[in-house]
Design a protein around this ligand. Structure first.
Ligand SMILES: [Zn+2]
Length: 313
């Protein structure tokens, strides 16, 4: 099968919506994962997003021309919704009956992730659906301005759902772990032990891990502990989701109040001793400011480089 994958926007002046998150970042992240996963399953993929465009219309037109010229079998445009902060859920647009038949399983797989089912909708008003020659769908994954949706959102799970819906096959998980601040994608046991020690995750006996590069009961118990903290299935085995969480924390992302944060905020909450729900709300802000005061830092509640330095070195 030959897929045309169009990661929405990401081509100024064609830029996406801004909510709790920025649509461009999400469509590119999910789109890149979908492309890699479809290829890993043996499909041909044509990347439809252009590298530059003179206008939004030009950007849309180039996406369609690429799909049409390459004669892809199915065209998939990936977007995220933004409305009033209250609307939430997922919807998939299609124009033809064939398109609707492709849209339905994609929608069903995304709904399985916990998003509200807004249905398969008619996309006859959408430029990229009107101007592509083949069956085409436009996925609105969820709402980037909905706190509920952003708490649920995970790019890997979203990409897996889209690929499963398109192909009926479960994509193999490991694609590209998120590199840490040194671009490190080393996933050896030795690096795992060093990372967990740096993150101050102790084993079942309350001890730091021996850095011997060997998998053992102590390392497994520390991995399980870390997984529970960041909200990954606690298997004791460092899978891609676990490494992504480790690398995201080591990347020392700047964390601000009232933003959805997922694994990094959950880790931060664990370290500061507040309920770890992954949402930087008022309680978290209090403990962050206290931590900053105790460490002689500006108590602004924003976890930047100086705060991260005190937390993980
Ligand atoms: Zn969009």
């Amino acid at each position: 099968m030959k897929f045309g994958i169009d990661s929405g926007h990401n081509c100024p002046p064609d830029t996406g919506a801004r909510g709790i998150k920025f649509e461009d970042n999400l469509t590119l992240d999910v789109g890149n994962r979908v492309i890699a996963k479809l290829r890993a399953l043996g499909n041909e993929v044509v990347v439809c997003r252009p590298s530059s465009a003179s206008s939004v219309r030009d950007s849309l037109s180039k996406r369609c021309s690429t799909a049409n010229a390459s004669k892809v079998d199915i065209y998939v445009s990936i977007h995220f919704n933004c409305f009033n902060g209250q609307a939430n859920g997922t919807e998939v647009f299609a124009t033809s009956d064939t398109g609707r038949k492709i849209a339905k399983p994609v929608l069903d797989e995304i709904v399985k992730l916990g998003f509200f089912n807004r249905g398969v909708k008619s996309g006859s008003h959408l430029y990229v659906l009107k101007n592509t020659d083949m069956p085409a769908i436009l996925v609105e994954g969820c709402f980037i301005d909905s706190q509920k949706d952003m708490n649920l959102f995970n790019p890997e799970a979203m990409a897996n759902a889209i690929v499963k819906g398109l192909t009926g096959k479960v994509p193999s998980t490991p694609v590209n772990p998120v590199p840490d601040e040194e671009g490190n994608i080393d996933t050896t046991i030795l690096r795992l032990q060093k990372a967990l020690n740096r993150l101050k995750i102790v084993d079942k006996n309350g001890n730091a891990l021996g850095e011997d590069g060997l998998t053992g009961a102590n390392t497994k118990s520390a991995v399980e502990r870390f997984q529970a903290i960041v909200g990954v299935q606690p298997t004791g085995v460092a899978d891609e989701a676990t490494w992504n969480a480790i690398n995201l924390i080591l990347a020392k992302r700047i964390i601000r109040p009232n933003h959805a944060g997922g694994a990094v905020v959950r880790y931060l909450q664990y370290r500061l001793g507040v309920e770890n729900d992954g949402v930087y709300g008022p309680q978290t802000e209090v403990v962050v400011k206290n931590f900053q005061k105790q460490n002689g830092l500006d108590a602004d509640g924003i976890v930047g480089p100086a705060s991260w330095q005190k937390l993980i070195g």
